[in-house]
Ligand binder design. Structure first.
Ligand code: S3P
Length: 164
């Protein structure tokens, strides 16, 4: 991989990952999509039928496989909060970029989305608490932090490519 994007749900990992790959003329992979392919089920069904712990096992194995491929990888919001995954990310020597955003931005981006089991099951305060509790892990895993509030995808990609 050439770069890995981490951050909370709605921070822009998939949108920025796709655009970044386009601009760098490389491929883009989305970890959630790879997990869905591997499981043959949507994320909501994996959580409902197999539980979050099984999802995390699947996520860990899929991450390890994905890191062997070239291009840009967008992870899921919980990927970089699992200690073993943080170690895997660090060991890959690939630049890890944390896309950060305010609570209000995140809420506006994810509120109407029914494809995220944690958004469906948590109330707003619990979602913000989860976001806050994950910040230390994101910071530990990241080589660069990029704020995605009030900026266009192009501006965000420009900051990343300049740094890369
Ligand atoms: C999760 C985030 C989701 C997906 C799953 C769990 C999380 O990815 O991996 O629903 O724990 O934050 P996105 O960040 O792409 O929504």
């Amino acid at each position: 991989m050439e770069a890995i994007l981490i951050g909370f749900m709605g921070s822009g990992k998939t949108t920025i990952g796709r655009l970044l790959a386009q601009q760098l003329e490389t491929t883009h992979a989305d970890l959630d999509e790879l997990i869905v392919k591997r499981a043959g089920q949507p994320i909501t069904a994996i959580f409902a039928q197999q539980g979050e712990a099984q999802f995390r096992t699947l996520e860990q194995a899929t991450l390890q496989a994905a890191l062997k491929r070239p291009g840009i990888l967008s992870t899921g919001g919980g990927t970089a909060t699992v200690a073993a995954n943080v170690q895997t990310l660090k060991a890959s020597s690939t630049p890890v970029i944390w896309l950060a955003a305010s609570d209000d931005t995140i809420l506006a981006r994810v509120a109407s989305d029914t494809g995220r089991p944690l958004v469906n099951s948590l109330d707003t305060q619990a979602l913000f608490d989860l976001k806050r509790s994950r910040a230390t892990s994101y910071a530990q895993a990241a080589d660069l932090v990029v704020n995605t509030d009030d900026r266009t995808p192009n501006q965000i990609c420009q900051e990343i490519t300049t740094w890369l």
